[in-house]
Design a protein around this ligand. Structure first.
Ligand SMILES: Nc1ncnc2c1ncn2[C@@H]1O[C@H](COP(=O)(O)OP(=O)(O)OP(=O)(O)O)[C@@H](O)[C@H]1O
Length: 292
């Protein structure tokens, strides 16, 4: 089942086209990561899905509803963590959650949620005295309050230390495993690589690459590298470059080329020093898009 459907989405700030015909779907129970360069249009896209902005063109449906027209109905089913925090400095962490409990129809336990985001020891501390990372975790707790079926997170781990980031990832994975759909943006590629079932990479208002992680990664050639002696190389499918004994093969069939290379080394009694075979990383794809 599709929880979010976006087709032909376009948005303009005055004359400037920030989102230019974007299409994607988020299915129930998956983590979908929207990646992209700065100013690519990710936050604008999320704000339209959250019902805060009206598209200039195209169609957006969340649980089959129009988020701009049906925002009140959707807000009960959607937890949102924005880039900017809307917390009240004088309230304590626990008071903030209790205030939230009165504002939403979803039910939860403030104490148990504080434990989930590892803020139990900060329950009675005013928000203005929390660190940036602690505020981010409180924002996250508000977004997942009452386990809404859809959670939208705009750069949720910015400012978190590695341990807190890991802990947030585990909570997000647990939400997904219990049927929640998660749409998130991130600048941390390893985050998308660790978490996402589907990714889309935006650049200048458009989605340049999209699919499951393995689909996106397999679109880029893999790379085999090794140090080789000055002996005639075997015929390989990939693109071969040789620089001062350093062999690099960019290939779409890593298994076939690796097999040929190992066979060649064996026949010629060659030891392949520093042999390495790796799939393209999301980072390489991302950089290629940014340069295109
Ligand atoms: N209120 C606004 N008025 C005018 N232009 C805006 C406004 N908000 C965003 N923009 C422009 O729209 C484009 C898309 O911005 P958006 O915040 O959606 O990008 P983003 O992908 O979330 O960027 P980042 O990764 O840097 O947060 C940018 O060029 C930005 O400068």
């Amino acid at each position: 089942m599709n929880v979010i459907e976006v087709s032909g989405l376009t948005y303009r700030y005055g004359q400037f086209v920030a989102v230019a015909g974007v299409n994607f779907t988020v299915r129930q129970g998956e983590i979908f990561a929207l990646l992209g360069t700065n100013g690519a249009g990710k936050t604008t896209t999320l704000e339209i899905i959250e019902g805060f902005r009206k598209p200039a063109d195209g169609r957006v449906r969340v649980f089959g509803l129009d988020p701009f027209a049906d925002r009140p109905a959707l807000s009960a089913r959607t937890g949102v963590m924005s880039q900017q925090t809307g917390l009240i400095g004088e309230l304590t962490t626990l008071e903030t959650l209790n205030l939230w409990a009165g504002l939403t129809s979803r039910k939860d336990s403030a104490r148990s949620l504080l434990s989930t985001v590892e803020l139990s020891h900060r329950a009675d501390v005013p928000v203005e005295k929390l660190s940036g990372g602690e505020r981010r975790r409180l924002d996250f707790a508000l977004a997942i309050w009452g386990r809404p079926p859809l959670v939208i997170l705009d750069e949720p781990t910015t400012g978190l230390d590695p341990e807190s980031r890991q802990q947030l990832w585990e909570t997000v994975e647990h939400l997904r495993d219990t049927g929640t759909s998660v749409l998130l943006t991130t600048h941390y590629l390893e985050e998308a690589q660790a978490l996402a079932d589907h990714v889309a990479i935006m650049h200048e208002g458009r989605i340049q690459v999209a699919g499951t992680l393995s689909q996106v990664l397999s679109e880029q050639p893999a790379r085999i590298t090794a140090k080789v002696p000055d002996v005639e190389l075997p015929k390989l499918l990939g693109e071969v470059s040789l620089d001062n004994g350093q062999l690099t093969v960019q290939t779409r069939d890593m298994q076939a080329d690796l097999y040929e290379l190992l066979l060649w080394a064996d026949r010629n009694a060659i030891r392949l020093h520093d042999l390495n075979a790796t799939q393209a990383s999301l980072q390489e794809i991302f950089l290629a898009i940014g340069k295109a």
